[in-house]
Design a protein around this ligand. Structure first.
Ligand SMILES: [Zn+2]
Length: 492
């Protein structure tokens, strides 16, 4: 029987491997339906601006999305990315009341701000961005299923709770010891959790549907159990399954969401469907700020606007946020931002040299994954590093190493074009437009003159003068990198 091959790589296996929080193993990322890799990330609660700690998670999810798209394009698959917007909870309701506007108007303003921040940080838009208030029916249906199957109960106040004792696997993601579970008749004892957030030592039945209370104002929906609104955990189960199916390929979020949010999502979903929920769990470690935990009381919940007002480019922040391994805490400092800016300049200077050597016109914006070459030439090892547990630090290290060796023996013609295309591919994966002209100020005339004088001195073997001029350039903030037939000036 004849087999039709469309492209050589069509339906090849995807190659990315990622640590899975649930199994504690490095596992290949495979689309379970053989076609589309489907994944869901917990998105923002829109009652204020997202801070840089939130954006560390979103930027790293964006790198994963981009790596998946490259991998999918190479292997003939597709990617489907869903991010939810929590637009109803205690904080959004309180914020709207304080602002004296409707909940919808209040949250829309913060959703617009979130989109604006994401655009500036180079985040690809999710394919779907469902809002909790637009999926109340799905959430009510999920609660009804849980009631029908004996996993939930309605309390006398009209709220509905998940019965933790009914789900034997509760706690499997964070491996909660059995003895910590205090489930059972918690509601009767007044211990069930009406609050969406609580600590690990307070495990008890959690709320699925919150009965309407006076503080909710006009924010409520009718349900079989009376007027009220969904609990926070419920929306992610209902919306992820609505857009991605009862079992999908990956679920991600910040590490702080493991408990209770993700444990509760697993419990609700698997108890309702009897099927596995997400096949792979991806969690990003915390961001620290100047060595301290981020908190409102320390006043270090920095926003992108704040940092831009200090003169930092959004792409610099993006670089800093993605530069640490996602499973390790990253310490944000102003010094680190400066280092990120010069690392980015270095990459762009390397890109500029390659572009010139390749004879290509100024490249436009970052390419699409479909437009990328089948392999990244000399930058293929840097790409492969991303495939091993999304190791961005190693990917960056190998990119710099490759640039250094290309500087020593500059490629020409097709080799230069392959190298430029490979570097553009790394740029796409990291969401950094390396071929953009640097936003840094152009090299000042004085520095250019000194550099030229130094080159002349060196050419006539007057090394004392050349060294003195190198020192003067350093004073001006520029470093000279000699090539065989010339030199580059880079910010020091
Ligand atoms: Zn969620």
């Amino acid at each position: 029987m004849a087999t039709i091959h469309t492209t050589p790589s069509r339906n090849a296996a995807m190659s990315l491997k990622l640590h899975d929080t649930l199994s504690r193993e490095l596992r290949p990322l495979v689309p379970s339906d053989g076609r589309t890799f489907r994944f869901y990330c917990c998105g923002p609660t829109v009652y204020g601006p997202a801070h840089i700690g939130n954006f560390r998670t979103y930027v790293l999810h964006d790198v994963l999305r981009r790596a998946l798209e490259i991998d999918a394009a190479r292997s003939g698959h597709a990617v489907l990315h869903v991010l939810n917007i929590t637009d109803v909870d205690d904080k959004t309701i309180a914020g709207a009341a304080e602002a004296g506007v409707s909940l919808a108007d209040f949250t829309q303003g913060w959703i617009d701000r979130f989109h604006d921040d994401c655009t500036r940080l180079g985040l690809l838009r999710p394919h779907h961005e469902p809002r909790a208030t637009a999926h109340i029916d799905e959430q009510i249906r999920l609660v009804q299923t849980l009631l029908d199957r004996g996993h939930a109960y309605a309390a006398s106040d009209g709220s509905v709770y998940f019965r933790i004792a009914s789900f034997a696997d509760y706690g499997k993601l964070t491996r909660l010891p059995e003895r910590e579970l205090r489930a059972g008749a918690a509601a009767a004892a007044g211990e069930a959790h009406l609050s969406d957030e609580y600590e690990r030592d307070q495990i008890a039945d959690f709320v699925l549907w919150k009965a309407r209370k006076p503080g909710d104002g006009e924010v409520f929906w009718p349900s079989p159990w009376g007027e009220g609104r969904p609990g926070w955990h419920l929306e992610c189960s209902a919306m992820s399954m609505a857009y991605l199916g009862e079992t999908f390929d990956l679920h991600g979020g910040g590490v702080d969401l493991c408990f209770p949010h993700h444990e509760n999502e697993i419990a609700q979903s698997e108890a309702a469907t009897g099927k596995p929920f997400a096949r792979h769990w991806f969690h990003c470690a915390h961001l620290m700020v100047e060595g301290r935990k981020m908190s409102k009381s320390l006043g270090n919940l920095h926003t992108l606007d704040e940092l831009q007002a200090e003169g930092h480019a959004p792409e610099t922040l993006r670089y800093l946020l993605l530069s640490g391994h996602y499973r390790q805490q990253l310490n944000f400092t102003r010094h680190g931002l400066g280092a990120a800016a010069s690392a980015l300049d270095k990459l762009r200077s390397g890109a500029r040299t390659l572009r010139q050597a390749s004879g290509l016109e100024a490249a436009g914006s970052a390419p699409s994954p479909e437009g990328l070459p089948p392999d990244f030439g000399p930058f293929e090892p840097a790409w492969q590093a991303l495939g091993e547990d999304l190791d961005v630090p190693r990917c960056l290290g190998l990119t710099f190493e490759t640039l250094a060796s290309l500087r020593k023996s500059p490629p020409a013609g097709d080799d230069a074009r392959a190298a430029a295309a490979g570097l553009a591919g790394i740029g796409f994966a990291l969401g950094l437009d390396l071929f953009a002209e640097s936003e840094a100020a152009p090299i000042p005339a004085e520095a250019a003159r000194l550099a030229e004088e130094r080159w002349q001195a060196k050419s006539r073997k007057d090394f004392a003068t050349a060294d003195r001029l190198r020192g003067e350039l350093l004073q001006l903030g520029f470093k000279v990198l000699d090539r065989k037939d010339g030199y580059d000036l880079e910010p020091a």
